[in-house]
Every structure is written in C-alpha cells, then in structure tokens.
Design a protein around this ligand. Sequence first.
Ligand code: NAD
Length: 383
Amino acid sequence: MRILVAGGDGFCGWPTALHLSKRGHEVAIADSLIRRKWDEELGTQSLTPIASLEERVAAWREASGKSIPVYIGDLMSYEFVEHMFKEFQPDAIVHFAEQRSAPYSMIDREHAVFTQMNNVVGNLNVLYAIKDITPDCHLIKLGTMGEYGTPNIDIEEGYIKIQHKGREDVLPYPKQPFSFYHLSKVHDSHNIMFACKSWGIRATDLNQGVVYGLWTEETRQAEALYNRVDYDGVFGTALNRFCIQAATGHPLTVYGKGGQTRAFLDIRDTVQCIELAALHPAEPGEFRVFNQFTEQFSVLELAERVQRVAAERFSLQAEIAHLPNPRVEKEEHYYHAVHTKLLDLGLQPHLLSDDLIADLIETATRYRDRVDFDVIAPSSTWR
Ligand code: NAD
C-alpha cells in the first residue's frame, strides 16, 4: 500500500514509518518538524540523541535498501497538503501530526489557541484533500483515550447503545475530555464523522492510550534511527518519565494520590495497530473507532512497579513524590474500557514486563548526562 505518515518525525510516527516500510509498503513522511522547535521553546530535548529527519531516512536507506520520501511542511497550509496528496496519491494516511501534550495546551491562552488551530485545521485540510484528490484514501487518525474522560460506566469503542423514553439508538460515546488538547481531538472526531457521513470517505479513529517504551526492532538498528523519548514535565508521559527519573536519582513524580487510571500500550503495539488498521480499511462512509491500548494501570501502580524493578535489577532506591496535582481530574475513580476490535484483527500485545522497564532504565542510565532536572517538574496548571 502507499501510506503517508503525517507526523513521521515524531515519537509514534518515526517507528511507524520504519515498520510500514520494512513490511513492504510504499511510505512517505510529512512533518513540519515543529516538535523539535517545541523542545527549543521549553529548553528541553529528547533523552536519546536524535538525528535530523534527512539523516534518519538516509540511515534507513542504508539499513534496509528502502527509500522514504519526505515532505516538509505544515498541515495547516492547504497548498502543502494538496501538493503532497496530488504527488503521492496515498491509499492511506496515518495522521499523527498534531500538538499532543495536554500540559502544553494548558500553558496559557496562546498555547490553547495554537493547539486547537494546529490540530483542528490540519485535520480539516486532510479531510478536504481526501475528498477532492484521493476519495478512496483511508484516513487513520490518532485520537486519544483521554477523549472519553473517566465516566462511572464502562467505556465502549466509540459508540454506545442508548435506550431513552422507549426508543433505542447507537450513538457516539459521550466525551468528557481532560484538557484543551484532548478537546481538540474530540473536535477532530466530530469533523471526521461528519465528513464520512457527508462525503462517503473512510476513516478509522484510533483512540490511543499512553504509549510507553521507545525501541522497536527497526529503531534499534543504528544510532541515526533512534527514536525520541521525552522525560520533561510537559511532554514526558507516565512510565517513560518514571523510568528516566529512577535512573537519574530524581523522585518519581506522581501527581496527587496517583489513583488516576489510564489505558497504556507499548510502542511496538502502536506500530502493529497502525498496520492492522491499514490492512483492514473502514468501508466508504464508515467512521470506525478503535480503542488502541492493551492494559490499564493507575499512575501510582506504575510508579511502584518502576520503583521495584529499579531496586531489584539495579539496586537503585527510587523515591515516590506525591506532587500537588497541577491538573483538574479525579484521583480515584472507576475505569474500565473495552478494547477488543484490534485484538479481533490480530493484534499480538506486548504486555508490560519488568524487562521492558529495566530496558528503559538502562537506556536512561546511558544518556543520563542529557537529563536536565530543571524541566521535570510540571510547569503548567489547569486552574
Ligand atoms: P510527537 O509530538 O512526538 O509527534 C508529532 C509529530 O507531528 C511531530 O514530529 C511534529 O513535528 C508533527 N506535527 C505537529 N503538528 C504538525 C503540523 N501542523 N503539520 C505537520 N507536522 C506537524 O507526538 P507523538 O507522541 O508521536 O504522538 C503522535 C500522535 O499520537 C498525536 O496525534 C497524539 O495526539 C497521538 N497520541 C500519542 C500518545 C502518546 O503517548 N505519545 C497517546 C495517545 C495519542
């Protein structure tokens, strides 16, 4: 298949592009490289050293013999999107290219407005390009489990059957997002659903959990293929952040009680899920929703697990610090989300193992000199 990976220079996009290329698909990457600029803005950097996108694709050509053409540009520019669709003629577009940090979206008005413009406008341009240039192209869009919030009932995969005053319908599952970032994903979902209904395009919304790990078979092959991994208070996510904190002697930063339960998956499962979605496209006019995760954990449970592995495998005594919670969220709640559709398509999950945690701690130990303690504490607040 011809697959365009938008956001292919990012944490999920880069390993996905390599995985799809390795599996024999014709892959192109689109990226504005803005993620690298956010590092500069926040005074941080990936724990692992990452090569430029140009060096990355050159290293991949050398390692695999396969070329990945690159389109550098902003999805907010329709001229750019139109040119790329006309030239590459994708069978599928995997759309990762958004501002993905909830804390970044909550810094102030400018960052909230930027996040929603970047995400909603970019996605709308992609929808129009599909409609006008490649109407059969399957949109595989990254959403988030955070769109649903934490309702006191089971979370279904996109839709729920409701009985009301003697009548029944299957309706979109209610959304109670956590931040202006998560809200941008809800707006995207609505726009995609409407476009599927109105124009007959095909789309899969992947409501992804928090992704942990960084290595895939392909990204380990050469230093220029290494994936990025974030540890700072704005872009660093639970588990990856805890492992890096344990390795560097920083307390593990749990916000509030730590009973916040979320859905998680290994980056090796992200790349698998994307290929499964591409190989089994939605029907024309169908807006399909998959909950893309493999397990759920509370934040404290993860911190305690990292603490145990750090002690058992490395004799490191990691301390857990309960920081005042910068977010407005429930710290103890019911959480149970359905996630069977990707398993039905053949997903073989990599469940969280002590070995994976140890591998992350080892990686962080190798690059501990790149860690700046000043950027670890949460710097934006919801209130
Ligand atoms: P990332 O920030 O590492 O990568 C996103 C990439 O998109 C970056 O390379 C950035 O330069 C590019 N980009 C952003 N806006 C763009 C624009 N307007 N035009 C062109 N390129 C643009 O993020 P990630 O962690 O790889 O996440 C990828 C997607 O998956 C996001 O949509 C995110 O919301 C979703 N997601 C991620 C996680 C996670 O744990 N990382 C969890 C759930 C959902």
